[in-house]
Design a binder for this molecule. Structure first.
Ligand SMILES: Cc1cc2nc3c(=O)[nH]c(=O)nc-3n(C[C@H](O)[C@H](O)[C@H](O)COP(=O)(O)OP(=O)(O)OC[C@H]3O[C@@H](n4cnc5c(N)ncnc54)[C@H](O)[C@@H]3O)c2cc1C
Length: 504
């Protein structure tokens, strides 16, 4: 993709050249005839006030959801000179349950000129096992950064706007309609808003998060669902100083669970994540975790929960002229549940390929471009996810082994630092390290994670067609800011900075 910002005058601007998605031969630039055809289509479909269609314009690309995936997609399509509309149901900046950890691959996927609004730079990690065996490892060089999501996401959206994307906030998309009785033009998709307004596009990118409508439309299949609970805890300067530059990662009591403390100036983001279906145990883990750290006396400003979802290997990434990316596509690192880099990277690819889908003259060509998008995702993030699933399977069975290795074996700590900084990937390491590869192959034979389904004990609950949760002991809390995890009490117990070792 071009790294230059196109001087785009907004949605009416049509004469720029499309950026070439990575690894492809560009189709010829749409000629004047095609542009006229576009204009004729718009007029032919007309503005039909009766059915709420605002067809005075047909957008090249409509992006649903203005998180990192959506902002990234909107940026990529807009910088290619296309008419891009970004639809977001919330008003920005909006809160998002997230640790805000920005690892190297996230940093590398940011648009040019983007300055990370870092609240802290991590140079040390304390690892513990359910509060015990705490050990801190340090690094002279920064491992990763920490941001507040509202600020970070809003800044990404601003970059997309500067590239020419138009933003509409406070508009919830209820469904999309592809070619059919309601959408006679084969090259057009209708995006239907909550008030009934219909917005028309040549291509749609679904980036509406883990409970989004567009993922349900595309038929995204999920192999792993987890519940994350988090509290934003303001602390006095003395406590903040103790955490500055250091995070805590605690391997939790339930298989595959872990907790974290991410310092952000005068506030600590404290959270836990575990397989869905253990809502009460996950809540108890967070309460115990907070109490052990001596933070129970501080009132959180926000306590919230959110589901994370990972796709299966065979899950679709498109349907017709609609592509999905980020959480909406179930693109997330299965072991750590790191998703910002997945959202930024898949969002950029979706934006680039949506440009090509928008240019497609018929369904066959649109399908070809959508398959190219799927191929790009599977070749990159798909490979990383497969390794992540295998790591999660190991972690679920042998958390103690993992703790011992990462805190006691220098090459393992080095690998951790390389991955968080972005100078290596887990997939690349497994490919190039014969021992690691053989060990994982042995484990693969013992637990079937190869089909893209999560490790044992991670059943996926049914998902309604509209993308909402049907039921579940924690389904309701996962929808929003449930205050149910505040106010716990207990004895203070901060994992000590024992065993400080190593520099990377
Ligand atoms: C507890 C927890 C901690 C995490 N910590 C980290 C971390 O430290 N680092 C990391 O990399 N990842 C982390 N993640 C994962 C990360 O938060 C997500 O993977 C990431 O936010 C995905 O970005 P996205 O753009 O795909 O979706 P989102 O950020 O969820 O954005 C989706 C957007 O779509 C909007 N939307 C939804 N429905 C509609 C609709 N119908 N119409 C219009 N707009 C709509 C939403 O309002 C939202 O703004 C964490 C997740 C959890 C649950």
């Amino acid at each position: 993709m071009s790294s230059e910002h196109a001087e785009n005058t907004g949605p009416e601007h049509t004469d720029s050249v499309a950026a070439e998605p990575a690894g492809t031969t560009p189709d010829p630039t749409p000629d004047a005839g095609e542009e006229q055809e576009d204009a004729r289509d718009a007029v032919a479909e007309g503005t039909d006030a009766a059915d709420g269609t605002s067809a005075d314009r047909i957008w090249d690309v409509v992006v649903v959801g203005a998180g990192p995936a959506g902002a990234s997609a909107a940026y990529a399509a807009a910088v290619a000179g296309r008419r891009v509309l970004l639809l977001e149901k919330a008003e920005l900046p909006r809160y998002k349950t997230c640790g805000g950890g920005i690892i190297g691959p996230s940093r590398d996927a940011l648009p040019p000129g983007f300055e990370l609004p870092l609240l802290d730079r991590v140079h040390a990690v304390t690892f513990s096992m359910d509060g015990r065996f705490a050990r801190t490892r340090r690094s002279r060089r920064m491992l990763f950064g920490l941001v507040n999501r509202p600020e970070f996401d809003a800044q990404l959206v601003e970059h997309a706007q500067k590239a020419g994307a138009e933003l509409r906030t406070g508009v919830a998309v209820t469904r999309v309609e592809q070619h059919g009785p309601g959408v006679p033009d084969r090259r057009t998709v209708a995006v239907v808003l909550a008030d009934g307004e219909r917005v028309l596009a040549r291509a749609v990118v679904g980036a509406d998060g883990s409970a989004g409508r567009i993922g349900a439309h595309v038929g995204v299949k999920l192999g792993q669902v987890d519940l994350g609970l988090e509290s934003e805890i303001p602390v006095p300067p003395s406590v903040a100083e103790d955490w500055k530059g250091r995070v805590l990662i605690d391997w939790g009591p339930m298989p595959g669970s872990y907790g974290w403390v991410f310092p952000k100036g005068d506030t600590l983001t404290v959270g836990v994540i575990s397989a869905r279906g253990e809502g009460a145990a996950t809540k108890r883990y967070l309460e115990d975790f907070v109490a052990r750290l001596g933070l129970a006396g501080f009132e959180p400003t926000i306590s919230s929960g959110h589901l994370t979802r990972c796709r299966t290997d065979d899950s679709p990434l498109s349907r017709g002229r609609v592509l999905v990316c980020g959480d909406a596509a179930g693109l997330l690192e299965p072991w750590t549940r790191e998703g910002i880099s997945y959202a930024l990277r898949s969002g950029r690819l979706a934006g680039e390929w949506a440009v090509r889908v928008a240019e497609a003259h018929d369904a066959v060509d649109a399908r070809r471009q959508a398959l190219n998008y799927a191929f790009a995702i599977k070749a990159g993030l798909g490979v990383e996810m497969a390794v992540g699933r295998r790591m999660l399977a190991v972690f679920e069975r042998r958390p103690g082994l993992l703790h011992a290795v990462i805190t006691g074996v220098r090459p393992a700590w080095k690998a951790f630092t390389d991955i968080t900084r972005g100078s290596a990937t887990l997939g690349g390491m497994v490919r190039s390290n014969g021992l690691a590869r053989r060990a994982l192959e042995l484990l693969d034979r013992r637990m079937d994670t190869s089909a893209g389904h999560g490790p044992a004990g991670r059943g996926v609950p049914p998902r309604a067609q509209d993308g909402t949760e049907r039921s579940g002991d924690d389904g309701s809390r996962a929808k929003g800011q449930d205050g149910g995890v505040t106010g716990s009490t207990g004895s203070a117990g901060t994992p000590g900075d024992t065993g400080t070792t190593g520099n990377a």
